[in-house]
Write a protein of this length. Structure first.
Length: 364
């Protein structure tokens, strides 16, 4: 009788567990719980029969029924947890609400060709040992003209070429005459006055002249260079500038020539030309039958060294200068100087550079 009762319990447990596993929602599972463990459930009915058994059988059967009750409750609780999680996921999926905004259209800026060209030039000259120097854009007559050996009657001193400002009341003489610098050579004077040789600097910056047409603007950018030591000569100047032009224009066999010229602040002075081709109406830097002026240069005039407190009998050096817009126009095929300053977004998208672009091998 006892073995038969135990066998019945195992069969009952198997039946109830299978029913629990088959329940597909909380309501069906609750029905299984009531059928098995409710007041009129199958396990409860068996508990009611314990009074008719002998003490030994009652004890053994009672323990077996309690285990059965606990095991069924555990199965029901585990199934309930699974069903509740599934129901919650289904509800979340059904009630999902996208609270994110639509992405705004991206606006991609570009690096201005002037900024890109300056960075390229600085990188090339930095490899030659030059450092960058800067100075004020509002200058006095001494630093802009007198110290650089400009004679008093020089045309550049006239109002039609230079933007003059009201005189500085606290100063006298050339130092009182204020103006917008007409070249970055003024910074060369500051450097020579405040730094002992050897000196090796480049000076990129804005300059101002009273002029405006297809190839001139009232404000433009210059890059000037200065080297002062005891042994430099014209050969060093030529080698420096030839190497710069080859790297900047990315032409290894670039033809170059130096023509005698005149500048008040250099002696001897020269203008540098690079070879080019104009075949078919298209300008191409490199081999060809034509020449293109690119910059001015020369050995620093002894008077300039004296004006800056450097002994010309002990030191010498060379200087050069070029328009940054001009070399950018030549390299990147920009036809009109004025477009650099018109803030035309179409032009900037066409000629501008991405932040990660490195168009010149000097930057790689």
């Amino acid at each position: 009788m006892k073995d038969m009762d135990m066998s019945n319990l195992d069969a009952l447990k198997k039946e109830i567990v299978e029913t629990v596993k088959a329940a597909n929602d909380i309501a069906a599972l609750e029905e299984v719980r009531v059928t098995a463990l409710g007041k009129k459930g199958k396990v409860t009915d068996l508990m009611k029969t314990l009074g008719s058994l002998s003490p030994e059988e009652r004890k053994e059967m009672g323990q077996a029924l309690n285990r059965l009750k606990d095991e069924i409750s555990a199965e029901i609780d585990a199934k309930a947890t699974t069903l509740k999680a599934a129901a919650l996921n289904a509800r979340l999926a059904a009630e999902k609400l996208d609270v994110t905004l639509s992405p705004r259209p991206e606006t991609q800026g570009t690096i201005h060709p002037i900024s890109q060209t300056i960075e390229e030039m600085i990188t090339i000259f930095a490899d030659m040992g030059f450092s960058v120097a800067e100075g004020p854009e509002i200058e006095d007559d001494f630093h802009n003209f007198t110290a650089l050996n400009f004679p008093p009657e020089h045309p550049a001193r006239q109002m039609h070429d230079t933007f003059y400002l009201p005189d500085a009341p606290e100063r006298t003489g050339d130092a009182a005459k204020r103006l917008l610098r007409t070249h970055t050579s003024t910074v060369q004077v500051h450097v020579m006055q405040n730094q002992k040789p050897p000196i090796r600097v480049i000076i990129p910056g804005r300059t101002f002249r009273s002029d405006y047409d297809m190839t001139h603007t009232p404000m433009f950018h210059q890059m000037e260079g200065l080297l002062i030591d005891k042994t430099s000569h014209m050969g060093h100047l030529k080698g420096c500038l030839i190497e710069f032009c080859k790297r900047f224009f990315e032409v290894d066999d670039l033809p170059t020539r130096f023509r005698p010229s005149f500048f008040p602040f250099t002696e001897p002075s020269a203008e540098m030309d690079i070879g080019c081709s104009r075949a078919g109406g298209e300008l191409k830097i490199g081999a060809g039958s034509s020449w293109l002026e690119i910059l001015g240069c020369g050995m620093v005039h002894p008077n300039v060294l004296k004006n800056c407190g450097i002994d010309p009998d002990e030191y010498q050096g060379f200087a050069f200068g070029m328009g940054i817009e001009r070399v950018a126009m030549l390299k990147y095929g920009i036809p009109d100087l004025r477009t650099f300053f018109e803030s035309d977004l179409r032009w900037l998208r066409h000629y501008g550079f991405g932040p990660m672009e490195q168009p010149n091998p000097a930057l790689s």
